[in-house]
Design a protein around this ligand. Structure first.
Ligand SMILES: [Zn+2]
Length: 147
């Protein structure tokens, strides 16, 4: 029998180094006093806010029969980030998306809030997901000092 432990340890080490490298470089582009591990935590909070938290929210807020579909609709609100394509540069780590990109403004937020009032679970899930998306982005701006 072949011992796979060294391969597993090697893979884990490579993953750690990759994550540290991403975190460190994000920290440097910000030119801030934060270190790589803080930036890594910020990235994890941001993306789990977009892709994992909607499942928890949907499980709590929607009936058992549709919570998973509602969660997927909520995750699909990531499409509002398409408005970044209108900006130049498309991605700027020192820019807060809230209030800058058209689908991340207070006006867009009011439309999302209106969708929550529509008596249809799909519209509600999208409105709620989009509002939560704005909250996750605002939190990221706050953590990055760009809010
Ligand atoms: Zn966004």
């Amino acid at each position: 029998m072949v011992d796979r432990a060294p391969v597993k340890a090697g893979k884990a080490c490579l993953l750690k180094l990759t994550l540290l490298f991403i975190g460190k470089n994000m920290g440097e582009t910000k030119g801030a006093i934060v270190d790589g591990s803080y930036e890594l935590l910020r990235i994890l909070v941001h993306y789990s806010g977009h892709f994992l938290a909607p499942f928890v929210l949907a499980r709590l807020l929607f009936p058992k029969e549709i919570w998973l579909k509602a969660a997927l609709v909520m995750v699909s609100t990531i499409v509002i980030d398409m408005d970044h394509l209108l900006a130049d540069p498309i991605f700027d780590p020192n820019r807060c998306s809230i209030g800058f990109h058209p689908l991340h403004t207070i006006w867009a937020g009011l439309v999302y809030a209106g969708l929550v009032l529509v008596p249809d679970w799909r519209a509600r899930a999208f409105g709620l997901g989009a509002l939560f998306h704005l909250a996750v982005d605002a939190n990221d701006c706050f953590l990055g000092g760009t809010f």
